[in-house]
Design a binder for this molecule. Structure first.
Ligand code: ADP
Ligand code: MG
Length: 245
């Protein structure tokens, strides 16, 4: 029997709708009605989404920009809350790996590793034990004592990926971060995910690289227009997705 670790049942998630606010001056001039408009006008980023993720599988999420992929990961990481529907999760989730999120620009790479580790519930000692390994994986040893505001997006992705993969998550969330790394680092990340897969970690991977998705995912969900278009075998889902592109 497959064991379910994540359940979305008819989940709807909306954000306040800002687009109609025409200029800050008008906004302030008509403050009460502007605020009311913000409160009442919502934009549906996800509508009636249902799916399950099984323990130990690698679950790909594909779809165009703005389809709702990151919102799904935000709900899984519990940094966002659904408006409607049932959400269940079992297991320790890695933090949502978004470029720069959770990192403090004025702290050094090393300090950020410590900060993230501690925020994620490890003791300082635990983090220190893993520090060398994390730095080595990131290949940022020459930059690790610099404030990370000096890092490029690729370097931030390296640091982020290295930190979360060394925290021994049970459920790993990866949102497009691999795209900004160079080819060698991308390959290393894929290898690392393969190791996780072998050791039974559940992985949710959002990616625009159909090649990566095919290579490591067991099932794929295609999100289109804020709802689920298709869930199934990677080859099948990717072929349909490509067909409409
Ligand atoms: N914080 C936010 N406030 C308002 N709208 C948002 C916010 N985050 C995302 N959206 C909107 O929700 C939709 C889905 O976004 P997102 O989940 O980031 O898509 P994806 O990751 O697939 O590109 C988009 O239309 C986006 O503009
Ligand atoms: Mg996104």
């Amino acid at each position: 029997m497959r064991e379910t670790v994540i359940t979305f049942e008819k989940i709807t998630k909306s954000y306040p709708f800002y687009h109609h606010i025409v200029g800050i001056k008008n906004f302030l001039f008509a403050l009460p009605s502007s605020l009311k408009a913000i409160r009442t006008s919502r934009f549906e980023a996800l509508r009636d989404i249902s799916f399950e993720v099984y323990r130990g599988e690698t679950f790909g999420v594909i779809g165009r920009n703005g389809a709702g992929k990151s919102t799904i990961l935000g709900l899984i990481a519990e940094v966002l809350r659904a408006d409607k529907g049932k959400f269940l999760i079992e297991g320790r989730v890695s933090p949502l790996l978004e470029l720069g999120a959770g990192f403090h620009p004025e702290l050094t790479g090393k300090e950020n590793i410590m900060l993230n580790g501690v925020l994620l519930g490890l003791t300082r000692r635990d983090v220190l034990k893993k520090m060398d390994e994390i730095i080595e994986f990131s290949e940022l040893v020459n930059f690790i004592d610099q404030p990370i505001r000096t890092y490029s997006s690729g370097m931030l992705a390296r640091l982020g990926f290295s930190v979360i993969t060394h925290l021994e998550p049970e459920i790993l969330l990866i949102d497009e971060v691999l795209a900004v790394g160079d080819i060698d680092f991308q390959k290393k990340c894929i290898d690392k995910m393969m190791d996780f897969k072998k050791s039974g970690v559940t992985i949710i991977l959002v990616s625009h690289s159909m090649e990566d998705v095919k290579k490591i995912c067991d099932r794929v969900m295609w999100v289109e227009n804020h709802t689920v278009r298709m869930i199934g075998e990677p080859d099948e889902v990717i072929a349909s997705y490509r067909h409409i592109e």
